[in-house]
Design a protein around this ligand. Structure first.
Ligand code: UDP
Length: 492
């Protein structure tokens, strides 16, 4: 049932892209706003609506009954756009062709969104960056549109500067290193590391991406899942030099206080009892002795690459939890990617978990000492807050930018040596490189220094969301600004 709205209560609509890595932080954000007394409503598709409600319910059941977030449904035009019936998530559209059709289908959602805005008259719309058309829809209803990119200030600065100055157009080869103009710091990139949406290709995602950069400056502003102390130079640069209005209100996942909430974050996937078992296993291990390996919900990993990971982990000699997600590997009858006798040799030493795990709880377990990550921003925020050094293995989206933040700016990680952006695929790293990178974050002085830096940042993150902290205050400032905006609109 929809919660009642009091007269002076602000009402915010949240409209996330239908992908796990986007839904998870938006649910957190909606809960955060609701916990500050605003009315929050999430718009999503019929497939996701019950799943989102279930995730929200576990929050309410675990002692937060005052937090009330509504869910509204919008039909996703699958079949009309060449998608199989029910293909309502990026996580289901795993081929290049399906992804393009998925992107095209999202551009058809405007009229339904408009209808919901007309019916419910919220005060503001927070919509995913990949819904650039939402800015005009919101404007037609006289309400501000906020963008949620789901990444950090550093990546926002880097991608906006690439969009504005196109430095990639003046290098002679894909592996030539270049500096991004107007981006603070001495950081070099290659065309190979840029998302292909930044190149001159004209697919549906590319079109959406380009328009999203164009509307960045003419939307009301950007909500960033980061905290000021993590990247002050880039937070200031984005706002003061690049001229985008933004508020840092993260880390959003820290609003989940109880273990039930931290477990049930998957939306599309659930943790089974077996998958939770790993927490008991961790309790039998020494502090900082286990490396956690997980590549998020999306990248596909070839059999050959899975084999290299297995051998690299074994050679490192460290205990591990390695998650092989459904999205990572199309499950075959026979798992030929495992080296002969691997699981037997690893008994008691390492766990391979197929499916979805309670990542936040694993990362926060004292037995975990390092994190091998594909550099999805949610994972990095969770790794930072757990005070962990990271092996960075970027694959797609803005992950090569996120890697630079972790390794070069924050000094809390080492790159595994991934060099080429590949659409949703983890590629090209040999076992020796994996072994070496894992050893560097798990052993010796360098690892200890990275861990100490990460721990200090984790502490700053917790301070940022507390009353009086930087994210807490930025959220206040945003809410106050919105109230004033509403008053001035009502008056005119
Ligand atoms: N996650 C999880 N269990 C898993 C795999 C992922 O809870 O087995 C969560 C992880 O904690 C993070 C999100 O899924 O919050 C993945 O988001 P991220 O931005 O890191 O990567 P994406 O999946 O979007 O590429």
């Amino acid at each position: 049932m929809e919660s009642e709205k009091t007269d002076d209560q602000l009402h915010i609509f949240f409209f996330p892209l239908m992908a796990q890595g986007h839904l998870i932080p938006i649910i957190d954000m909606a809960m955060l706003f609701a916990s500050r007394g605003l009315k929050a409503t999430i718009i999503t598709t019929p497939f996701h609506a019950p799943l989102v409600s279930k995730t929200l319910q576990s929050t309410q059941l675990s002692g937060n009954s005052h937090i009330n977030v509504n869910v509204l449904t919008i039909k996703f035009p699958c079949v009309e756009n060449g998608l199989p019936e029910g293909c309502e998530s990026v996580n289901m559209a795993l081929s290049h062709g399906l992804q393009q059709q998925f992107a095209r289908a999202t551009t058809k959602l405007g009229p339904q969104l408009s209808q919901l805005l007309q019916q419910h008259r919220p005060d503001c719309l927070v919509a995913d960056m990949l819904f650039p058309w939402a800015t005009d829809v919101a404007a037609r209803h006289g309400i501000p549109r906020l963008i949620f990119h789901g990444t950090c200030y550093f990546s926002l600065c880097a991608s906006l500067c690439v969009h504005r100055y196109e430095p990639q157009k003046i290098v002679s080869s894909d592996s030539d290193r270049f500096q991004i103009p107007n981006l603070p710091g001495d950081m070099k990139f290659t065309i190979n590391q840029l998302p292909d949406v930044m190149e001159d290709v004209n697919t549906e995602f590319e079109k959406l991406y380009k328009t999203s950069k164009e509307v960045e400056g003419r939307s009301y502003g950007v909500l960033v899942n980061s905290f000021y102390e993590l990247e002050p130079v880039y937070a200031d640069h984005y706002k003061k030099v690049l001229g985008i209005k933004a508020w840092n209100i993260g880390p959003l996942f820290l609003c989940n206080k109880l273990s039930e909430q931290k477990t049930n974050r998957g939306v599309e996937q659930e943790c089974s009892t077996d998958q939770r078992e790993c927490l008991n296993w961790l309790s039998s291990r020494k502090p900082n002795s286990v490396v956690y390996v997980c590549f998020g919900s999306l990248p596909y990993v070839s059999d050959a690459q899975l084999m290299e990971i297995a051998l690299g982990l074994e050679a490192s000699g460290h205990s591990f939890i390695w998650v092989v997600n459904e999205g990572n590997h199309v499950q075959g009858v026979k798992e030929e990617w495992l080296p002969e006798g691997f699981e037997k040799r690893m008994e008691g030493k390492g766990l391979i978990i197929r499916g979805w795990v309670p990542q936040v709880l694993i990362l926060q377990h004292e037995a975990v000492g390092g994190f091998v990550t594909h550099c999805g921003w949610n994972s990095i925020m969770e790794g930072v807050c757990a005070g962990l050094p990271m092996v960075t293995w970027p694959a797609f989206a803005e992950q090569f930018f996120n890697e630079k933040l972790v390794t070069q700016i924050l000094g809390i990680g080492v790159g595994v040596g991934a060099e080429k952006w590949a659409r949703l695929t983890l590629v090209g790293v040999k076992r020796e490189a994996i072994e070496k990178a894992v050893s560097r974050i798990m052993e010796g002085e360098e690892a200890e220094e990275m861990r100490n830096r990460a721990k200090a940042l984790g502490e700053m993150a917790r301070m940022a969301i507390r009353e009086g902290g930087s994210s807490y205050l930025d959220l206040n400032a945003f809410i106050e600004g919105l109230k004033l905006h509403k008053i001035s609109c009502d008056a005119s």
